[in-house]
Design a protein around this ligand. Sequence first.
Ligand SMILES: Nc1nc2c(ncn2[C@@H]2O[C@H](COP(=O)(O)OP(=O)(O)O)[C@@H](O)[C@H]2O)c(=O)[nH]1
Ligand SMILES: [Mg+2]
Length: 253
Amino acid sequence: MKIGYFIGPAGSGKSHMTGSLYSWMNQLEMEVITVNLDPAVIRLPYSPMIDIREYVSYDEIVDKFELGPNGAIIAAMDQVALRVDEVIDELREFDSEFVLIDLPGQLETFAYRASGPLLLNELGREHKMAGVFLVDPILCNTASSFVSVLMLGSSIKYRLNTALRFVISKGDTISEERMAAIDDWMEYPDFLLEALRTEPGVLNADLAIRIADILIQEETYGSFPVISSQTNENIDLAFGELQRIWDTEDLFS
Ligand SMILES: Nc1nc2c(ncn2[C@@H]2O[C@H](COP(=O)(O)OP(=O)(O)O)[C@@H](O)[C@H]2O)c(=O)[nH]1
Ligand SMILES: [Mg+2]
């Protein structure tokens, strides 16, 4: 199986992209299933074939342990870690050529607790894994926030020990002017460094520039395609980014 997963900050559009890419692949008659790994999600824009909510009940956790939302999410993700083998068994039964996994809204509870690395490691033993990191356009408004997202993606990549390609989500919400600036940053990294240099009030700008310089030279981040799950514009490029990793032997290239 070729497994693709979507990761990114809460609200960056993972669930919608899972749904849109699933529909696109389905239309092309690819053999594909979807997996929801968010125990706390209430409504999804697609119908997952495997759903972690059948294993872990967020509401029960809230009631039983009298936890607030953050504590309950952490407890739920720890329970997900305990059920990983069952999810993997269910996946095995489907034996689909492609699997799309929608990761939990709260990226940090997946990546920085036990369940995320455990799950991806286990799946990676038997299957080809590829990750797409979603960058919300609100983080492309300034050079410093864009660099902060590169740093977050790098941290996730090393924490999960996996290859990731970056895409910008919610493309339909980006103005033409902003789009032109983002294109320039991608095509000419010096533009991004210059934007950092001239942006007012960047904390420790020299350090930010040095970090950005290293990160943007790492071609592994890809070309940052801009994708909309609402209009489906460039949704094929989400598949392309996954395919690029599936086709590569070295996970970190
Ligand atoms: N305009 C627009 N809104 C989007 C798009 N993708 C997601 N959203 C909205 O962004 C919010 C969060 O999306 P969701 O997929 O739930 O994010 P997740 O937390 O990363 O799974 C929802 O209100 C979506 O309707 C998109 O391509 N265009
Ligand atoms: Mg979601």
